[in-house]
Design a protein around this ligand. Structure first.
Ligand code: JEK
Length: 236
């Protein structure tokens, strides 16, 4: 059994309430994964428990100080028996999350997610943990738009990873299908279910025909049309 551990570090632990729900909640209940959430603020000192400061070199906004991050990450590392740790730092400047990367990360033993806020985390945190032989640091972005922090990006990344862990999905057939058509280069055909007529709209007749070869060809054609419309390249 895999039993991947996830440690999330954030100043907003409440963002992770939805991890109790649905697929991820079940995976944790079933013992397939372990999730621990850490409040970065607990590593901050002083009356204000401040975790940010003004940027060297000037500029707008605030930068997260390295000290609380170092303490929080060291504590997580000390509490883990894993041989290798993947430290994921979400940042708009990161490598784009892809299905291929999610697949790779689903084989990890221990994933640590650093969720920044403000303008992000002092870069020396990335630099320091890159020097440790048992830590793989990855700066990731979930897409080309600007979020307010790393929490939602962490939820997205975790969902993409966790559904790939053996035993998490009820129907692993869909995973086999996905491995042949990655979502970043092949677009799905449209789906229909009952009733056959809804608000005057009919389900395409071919899908009611029972002719599986014809259905397969129709779906391939629909997927190709949608793919072309998005200006993407179809494989084959
Ligand atoms: C982590 C803080 C907010 C907002 C500065 C960035 C170019 C300068 C940081 N796909 C994704 N989008 N956004 C994030 C993400 C955002 C974060 C943090 C992840 C921590 N923020 C923030 C603005 C800026 N600009 C764009 C111009 C920096 C993300 C992921 N993953």
């Amino acid at each position: 059994m895999s039993n991947i551990s996830f440690d999330l570090i954030t100043i907003f632990p409440d963002y992770f309430a939805p991890l109790k729900l649905s697929l991820i909640g079940k995976a944790e209940e079933n013992g397939l994964i372990d999730i621990r959430i850490h409040d970065l603020r607990e590593q901050a000192h002083g009356v204000h428990k401040s975790v940010d400061d003004t940027p060297y070199g000037g500029g707008a906004g605030m930068v997260m100080s390295p000290e609380p991050w170092g303490k929080a990450i060291d504590q997580v590392l000390a509490g883990s028996a894993a041989a290798i740790h993947d430290l994921i730092i979400l940042t708009p400047a990161g490598e784009k999350l892809t299905q291929k990367l999610a697949e790779e990360l689903s084989h990890s033993e221990h994933l640590i997610f650093a969720c920044g806020r403000y303008e992000g985390i002092d870069f020396r945190v990335t630099e320091y943990y890159q020097t440790l032989p048992n830590v793989r640091v990855r700066e990731l972005s979930i897409g080309d738009y600007v979020l307010g922090g790393g929490e939602v990006a962490t939820l997205v990344t975790m969902e993409a990873i966790i559904r790939l862990i053996p035993g998490v999905l009820g129907n692993p057939e869909s995973l086999t299908e996905e491995s042949h058509s990655l979502p970043d280069d092949v677009v799905e055909y449209p789906n229909f279910t009952k009733p056959a007529t809804w608000r005057g709209l009919e389900v395409p007749e071919v899908l009611l025909s029972g002719n599986h070869a014809l259905i397969k060809a129709w779906r391939a054609d629909q997927a190709a049309q949608r793919t072309a419309k998005l200006g993407r390249l179809t494989r084959e």
